[in-house]
Design a protein around this ligand. Structure first.
Ligand SMILES: NC(=O)c1ccc[n+]([C@@H]2O[C@H](COP(=O)([O-])OP(=O)(O)OC[C@H]3O[C@@H](n4cnc5c(N)ncnc54)[C@H](O)[C@@H]3O)[C@@H](O)[C@H]2O)c1
Length: 230
């Protein structure tokens, strides 16, 4: 968010949870409480944002829920949990992309960045629902990029590896690990020998939102310290 504000942009945050007070007090920030898994709520929230700003020229779909808190094998899944994982991680991105693409097309274009995961490329036991949802995010990126290119809208995707955030914390705590134990375990599978921080992903999202990436669409960029190649 800070990176966008530094570039003089206004930022609307659509989330179930209100962000910390200091973020809300910042200039040009609008918070809209929204369940991004609900297409009607997304349409309403985007309409509200459009009523408050001149145009929408960027979208980053960051809302997500992890799968690790409910690790289980195929055949022993909790159906409601599987549905929730797909609803938030995949369909939430779809509804947001659809609502914002309409607004962007009307004002001449824009850039959309979907947040996927390296788990769309790499398997992990107990993460089938999450991997399936994130694989869908990559498919959505590619077809939407083709559909929207002639409207001046670019669609790209970032695939983060292990990043230390509240989501990963929920996962490793459910596995009985401390932060130090999780960092040591994860860093061991990363050639750069560290887990990522949110700023590592934010920098790539900013690049894809920016005109610096103006001739890129339909791509997935891994932000994983080399985990997919090492
Ligand atoms: N942390 C990692 O290691 C990692 C790795 C790969 C991909 N990702 C992806 O990065 C994105 C951000 O994850 P994070 O690690 O910062 O997690 P996080 O839990 O810190 O943040 C996720 C945010 O999504 C919001 N959210 C959840 N469900 C929502 C809903 N239905 N409607 C609106 N908002 C909702 C939460 O309130 C929270 O603010 C997610 O898409 C996640 O799948 C994370």
């Amino acid at each position: 968010m800070e990176g966008l504000q530094d570039r003089g942009r206004s930022v609307a945050i659509l989330d179930l949870q209100q962000p910390p007070e200091d973020q809300l007090r910042a200039d040009r920030v609008l918070f809209v409480e929204c369940d991004t898994a609900d297409p009607v709520a997304v349409q309403r929230a985007v309409a509200h944002v459009r009523s408050r700003v001149e145009r929408i020229d960027g979208l980053a779909t960051c809302a997500g829920i992890g799968g690790a808190a409910a690790r289980q094998a195929i055949g022993a899944s909790q159906w409601d949990r599987v549905r929730a994982i797909v609803n938030v991680n995949l369909l939430g991105s779809y509804w947001l992309l659809e609502a914002c693409a309409v607004a962007m097309a009307e004002s001449g274009g824009g850039s959309i960045v979907l947040v996927g995961s390296v788990l769309s490329r790499k398997g992990m036991a107990g993460m089938s629902a999450y991997s399936a949802a994130k694989g869908g995010v990559e498919g959505l990126t590619r077809s939407a990029a083709v559909e929207l290119a002639d409207r001046g809208i670019r669609v790209n995707c970032v695939l983060p590896g292990p990043i230390l955030t509240p989501m990963s914390r929920t996962g490793f705590e459910a596995d009985g690990l401390s932060a130090e134990q999780w960092i040591e375990r994860m860093a061991g599978s990363v050639p750069m020998n560290r887990v990522g921080v949110p700023e590592d992903v934010a920098a790539v999202v900013l690049f894809l939102l920016d005109e610096a990436s103006g001739y890129m669409t339909g791509v997935s960029l891994m932000v994983d310290g080399g985990a997919n190649v090492g």
